[in-house]
Design a protein around this ligand. Structure first.
Ligand SMILES: Nc1ncnc2c1ncn2[C@@H]1O[C@H](COP(=O)(O)OP(=O)(O)O)[C@@H](O)[C@H]1O
Ligand SMILES: [Mg+2]
Length: 235
Protein backbone atom coordinates (compact mmCIF):
# COMPACT_ATOMS: atom_id res chain seq x y z
CA UNK A 1 0.00 0.00 0.00
CA UNK A 2 1.21 3.46 -0.89
CA UNK A 3 2.15 5.48 2.20
CA UNK A 4 -0.01 8.45 1.23
CA UNK A 5 -3.09 6.21 1.14
CA UNK A 6 -2.62 5.11 4.75
CA UNK A 7 -4.32 8.19 6.13
CA UNK A 8 -7.54 7.36 4.29
CA UNK A 9 -7.63 3.81 5.64
CA UNK A 10 -6.61 4.23 9.27
CA UNK A 11 -7.49 6.58 12.10
CA UNK A 12 -4.70 8.79 13.41
CA UNK A 13 -3.74 6.69 16.41
CA UNK A 14 -3.55 3.49 14.38
CA UNK A 15 -1.54 5.32 11.77
CA UNK A 16 0.97 6.35 14.45
CA UNK A 17 1.31 2.75 15.61
CA UNK A 18 1.83 1.50 12.05
CA UNK A 19 4.40 4.21 11.37
CA UNK A 20 6.26 3.23 14.49
CA UNK A 21 6.39 -0.43 13.40
CA UNK A 22 7.40 0.75 9.94
CA UNK A 23 10.18 2.94 11.33
CA UNK A 24 11.43 0.11 13.51
CA UNK A 25 11.83 -1.93 10.34
CA UNK A 26 9.24 -4.55 11.34
CA UNK A 27 7.80 -4.34 7.83
CA UNK A 28 8.68 -2.29 4.79
CA UNK A 29 5.46 -2.52 2.80
CA UNK A 30 1.86 -2.80 3.86
CA UNK A 31 -0.20 -4.67 1.28
CA UNK A 32 -3.88 -5.43 0.88
CA UNK A 33 -6.40 -6.38 3.50
CA UNK A 34 -6.78 -10.15 4.05
CA UNK A 35 -9.74 -9.93 6.37
CA UNK A 36 -11.89 -7.22 7.89
CA UNK A 37 -13.75 -8.61 10.88
CA UNK A 38 -15.69 -6.76 13.54
CA UNK A 39 -12.90 -7.00 16.11
CA UNK A 40 -9.84 -6.78 13.93
CA UNK A 41 -8.58 -6.16 10.42
CA UNK A 42 -5.73 -8.25 9.04
CA UNK A 43 -3.37 -6.88 6.40
CA UNK A 44 -0.57 -8.48 4.50
CA UNK A 45 2.84 -6.88 4.81
CA UNK A 46 6.29 -7.74 3.67
CA UNK A 47 9.72 -7.74 5.11
CA UNK A 48 12.16 -10.52 4.20
CA UNK A 49 9.14 -12.79 4.51
CA UNK A 50 5.40 -12.28 4.07
CA UNK A 51 3.77 -11.05 7.28
CA UNK A 52 0.25 -10.67 8.60
CA UNK A 53 -0.55 -7.49 10.53
CA UNK A 54 -3.56 -7.83 12.82
CA UNK A 55 -5.03 -4.52 13.86
CA UNK A 56 -7.57 -4.47 16.69
CA UNK A 57 -10.34 -1.93 16.53
CA UNK A 58 -10.33 0.01 19.78
CA UNK A 59 -14.13 0.34 19.43
CA UNK A 60 -14.41 -3.49 19.15
CA UNK A 61 -18.01 -4.53 19.88
CA UNK A 62 -16.91 -7.62 21.82
CA UNK A 63 -15.15 -5.40 24.33
CA UNK A 64 -17.19 -6.78 27.27
CA UNK A 65 -16.37 -10.38 26.30
CA UNK A 66 -12.70 -9.53 25.92
CA UNK A 67 -12.74 -7.84 29.31
CA UNK A 68 -14.35 -10.88 30.98
CA UNK A 69 -11.84 -13.29 29.45
CA UNK A 70 -8.98 -11.19 30.76
CA UNK A 71 -10.52 -10.76 34.20
CA UNK A 72 -10.81 -14.56 34.67
CA UNK A 73 -7.16 -15.18 33.81
CA UNK A 74 -4.86 -15.15 36.86
CA UNK A 75 -2.21 -13.39 34.73
CA UNK A 76 -4.46 -10.35 34.15
CA UNK A 77 -7.02 -10.32 36.97
CA UNK A 78 -6.28 -6.78 38.22
CA UNK A 79 -7.30 -5.15 34.95
CA UNK A 80 -9.24 -1.85 34.77
CA UNK A 81 -11.86 -0.92 32.14
CA UNK A 82 -10.29 1.72 29.93
CA UNK A 83 -10.89 0.61 26.32
CA UNK A 84 -7.48 1.30 24.89
CA UNK A 85 -5.72 -0.22 27.89
CA UNK A 86 -7.85 -3.36 27.68
CA UNK A 87 -7.29 -3.82 23.93
CA UNK A 88 -3.55 -3.27 24.36
CA UNK A 89 -3.48 -5.88 27.10
CA UNK A 90 -5.43 -8.21 24.83
CA UNK A 91 -2.84 -7.82 22.05
CA UNK A 92 -0.06 -8.40 24.58
CA UNK A 93 -1.87 -11.56 25.72
CA UNK A 94 -2.38 -12.76 22.14
CA UNK A 95 1.32 -12.26 21.46
CA UNK A 96 2.25 -14.06 24.67
CA UNK A 97 -0.10 -16.99 23.90
CA UNK A 98 1.21 -17.19 20.34
CA UNK A 99 4.81 -17.19 21.59
CA UNK A 100 4.08 -19.93 24.11
CA UNK A 101 2.42 -22.10 21.47
CA UNK A 102 5.14 -21.43 18.92
CA UNK A 103 7.86 -22.31 21.45
CA UNK A 104 5.97 -25.50 22.30
CA UNK A 105 6.09 -26.54 18.65
CA UNK A 106 2.37 -26.08 18.00
CA UNK A 107 1.49 -25.28 14.39
CA UNK A 108 0.86 -21.50 14.65
CA UNK A 109 2.16 -18.44 12.73
CA UNK A 110 5.55 -17.18 13.85
CA UNK A 111 5.15 -14.32 16.37
CA UNK A 112 7.01 -11.27 15.13
CA UNK A 113 6.19 -8.11 17.09
CA UNK A 114 3.39 -6.20 18.75
CA UNK A 115 2.74 -2.62 19.70
CA UNK A 116 -0.40 -1.07 21.19
CA UNK A 117 -3.37 -2.54 19.27
CA UNK A 118 -1.31 -4.16 16.50
CA UNK A 119 0.13 -7.68 16.29
CA UNK A 120 2.58 -8.78 13.59
CA UNK A 121 3.14 -12.45 12.73
CA UNK A 122 4.18 -14.68 9.87
CA UNK A 123 1.65 -14.88 7.04
CA UNK A 124 0.29 -18.42 6.77
CA UNK A 125 0.45 -19.48 3.14
CA UNK A 126 3.11 -16.85 2.33
CA UNK A 127 2.33 -14.59 -0.64
CA UNK A 128 -1.09 -16.19 -1.04
CA UNK A 129 -2.73 -16.14 2.41
CA UNK A 130 -4.02 -19.59 3.34
CA UNK A 131 -7.78 -20.30 3.34
CA UNK A 132 -9.78 -21.15 6.44
CA UNK A 133 -10.42 -24.84 7.08
CA UNK A 134 -14.17 -24.26 6.71
CA UNK A 135 -13.71 -24.30 2.92
CA UNK A 136 -12.66 -27.97 2.93
CA UNK A 137 -15.08 -30.27 1.14
CA UNK A 138 -16.54 -33.32 2.86
CA UNK A 139 -14.01 -35.74 1.42
CA UNK A 140 -11.13 -33.51 2.46
CA UNK A 141 -12.23 -33.65 6.12
CA UNK A 142 -10.18 -36.76 6.66
CA UNK A 143 -9.51 -38.81 9.73
CA UNK A 144 -5.79 -37.99 9.42
CA UNK A 145 -6.47 -34.26 9.47
CA UNK A 146 -8.79 -34.62 12.45
CA UNK A 147 -6.16 -36.63 14.30
CA UNK A 148 -3.52 -34.02 13.44
CA UNK A 149 -5.73 -31.27 14.88
CA UNK A 150 -6.34 -33.19 18.10
CA UNK A 151 -2.57 -33.66 18.37
CA UNK A 152 -2.11 -29.89 18.05
CA UNK A 153 -4.69 -29.33 20.81
CA UNK A 154 -2.85 -31.91 22.92
CA UNK A 155 0.51 -30.20 22.39
CA UNK A 156 -1.09 -26.84 23.21
CA UNK A 157 -2.39 -28.30 26.47
CA UNK A 158 0.57 -30.45 27.48
CA UNK A 159 3.50 -28.31 26.45
CA UNK A 160 2.21 -24.72 26.10
CA UNK A 161 -0.19 -25.30 29.04
CA UNK A 162 -2.95 -23.42 27.23
CA UNK A 163 -6.46 -24.06 25.93
CA UNK A 164 -7.24 -22.25 22.64
CA UNK A 165 -10.86 -21.54 23.67
CA UNK A 166 -12.12 -20.39 20.24
CA UNK A 167 -11.14 -23.31 18.07
CA UNK A 168 -13.29 -24.02 15.03
CA UNK A 169 -13.00 -24.33 11.25
CA UNK A 170 -12.78 -20.51 11.15
CA UNK A 171 -9.62 -20.31 13.24
CA UNK A 172 -7.66 -23.02 11.46
CA UNK A 173 -5.92 -22.15 8.18
CA UNK A 174 -4.88 -24.78 5.66
CA UNK A 175 -1.32 -24.49 4.36
CA UNK A 176 -0.25 -27.22 1.93
CA UNK A 177 -2.71 -29.65 3.45
CA UNK A 178 -1.50 -28.98 7.01
CA UNK A 179 -3.56 -27.15 9.65
CA UNK A 180 -2.28 -23.95 11.30
CA UNK A 181 -4.09 -22.63 14.38
CA UNK A 182 -4.70 -18.87 14.55
CA UNK A 183 -6.57 -16.25 16.60
CA UNK A 184 -5.17 -17.17 20.03
CA UNK A 185 -6.02 -13.97 21.94
CA UNK A 186 -8.66 -15.70 24.06
CA UNK A 187 -6.52 -18.77 24.82
CA UNK A 188 -6.37 -19.37 28.57
CA UNK A 189 -3.90 -20.95 30.92
CA UNK A 190 -4.94 -24.52 31.84
CA UNK A 191 -5.43 -23.27 35.43
CA UNK A 192 -8.22 -20.90 34.30
CA UNK A 193 -11.43 -21.86 36.16
CA UNK A 194 -13.20 -22.50 32.82
CA UNK A 195 -10.31 -24.20 31.02
CA UNK A 196 -12.01 -27.63 30.99
CA UNK A 197 -15.24 -26.19 29.64
CA UNK A 198 -13.36 -24.36 26.85
CA UNK A 199 -11.33 -27.48 25.99
CA UNK A 200 -14.50 -29.56 25.71
CA UNK A 201 -16.10 -26.90 23.51
CA UNK A 202 -13.03 -26.70 21.23
CA UNK A 203 -13.02 -30.47 20.76
CA UNK A 204 -16.78 -30.53 20.20
CA UNK A 205 -16.45 -27.90 17.45
CA UNK A 206 -13.76 -29.96 15.72
CA UNK A 207 -15.74 -33.20 16.12
CA UNK A 208 -18.82 -31.54 14.58
CA UNK A 209 -16.89 -30.19 11.61
CA UNK A 210 -15.41 -33.63 10.95
CA UNK A 211 -18.83 -35.27 11.44
CA UNK A 212 -17.62 -37.32 14.37
CA UNK A 213 -20.12 -38.47 16.97
CA UNK A 214 -20.27 -36.20 20.03
CA UNK A 215 -19.97 -39.33 22.16
CA UNK A 216 -16.28 -39.36 21.14
CA UNK A 217 -15.58 -36.00 22.74
CA UNK A 218 -15.02 -37.30 26.29
CA UNK A 219 -12.35 -39.71 25.05
CA UNK A 220 -10.69 -36.81 23.18
CA UNK A 221 -10.71 -34.65 26.32
CA UNK A 222 -9.04 -37.53 28.15
CA UNK A 223 -6.47 -37.95 25.41
CA UNK A 224 -5.60 -34.24 25.47
CA UNK A 225 -5.37 -34.02 29.27
CA UNK A 226 -3.88 -37.51 29.56
CA UNK A 227 -0.39 -36.86 30.78
CA UNK A 228 -1.33 -33.68 32.63
CA UNK A 229 0.45 -34.55 35.86
CA UNK A 230 3.18 -36.64 34.24
CA UNK A 231 6.45 -35.27 32.91
CA UNK A 232 6.67 -34.04 29.34
CA UNK A 233 8.16 -36.69 27.13
CA UNK A 234 10.89 -36.06 24.64
CA UNK A 235 10.92 -32.27 25.00
N1 LIG B 1 -1.09 -15.16 10.32
C1 LIG B 1 -2.01 -15.14 9.36
N2 LIG B 1 -1.69 -15.52 8.10
C2 LIG B 1 -2.62 -15.50 7.12
N3 LIG B 1 -3.89 -15.10 7.28
C3 LIG B 1 -4.26 -14.70 8.53
C4 LIG B 1 -3.35 -14.71 9.62
N4 LIG B 1 -4.01 -14.26 10.72
C5 LIG B 1 -5.26 -14.00 10.33
N5 LIG B 1 -5.44 -14.25 9.01
C6 LIG B 1 -6.67 -14.06 8.22
O1 LIG B 1 -7.50 -13.11 8.86
C7 LIG B 1 -8.71 -13.72 9.32
C8 LIG B 1 -9.10 -13.15 10.69
O2 LIG B 1 -8.07 -13.38 11.63
P1 LIG B 1 -8.37 -13.83 13.11
O3 LIG B 1 -7.08 -13.86 13.85
O4 LIG B 1 -9.17 -15.09 13.10
O5 LIG B 1 -9.23 -12.60 13.68
P2 LIG B 1 -10.78 -12.40 13.98
O6 LIG B 1 -11.48 -13.74 13.85
O7 LIG B 1 -10.80 -11.89 15.37
O8 LIG B 1 -11.24 -11.41 12.98
C9 LIG B 1 -8.39 -15.22 9.34
O9 LIG B 1 -9.54 -16.01 9.18
C10 LIG B 1 -7.46 -15.36 8.16
O10 LIG B 1 -8.17 -15.39 6.96
MG1 LIG C 1 -10.94 -15.68 13.93
Amino acid sequence: MDRKVWGKVFDKQTLMVLLRLFNKGIFDRLEGEISGGKEARVFMATNDEPLAVKLYRVEAPAFETIWKYLKGDPRYSNIGKNRRTVIELWVRKEFSNLSRMYAAGVSVPRPYAFHANVLVMGCVGGENPAPQMKHLKGVQRSEELFDELVSQVERTYQVARLVHADLSEYNVLMEDGRPVLIDVGQAVDIRHPRADEFLRRDLTNLANFFKRPESEVEALVKRVKGRETGEETGE
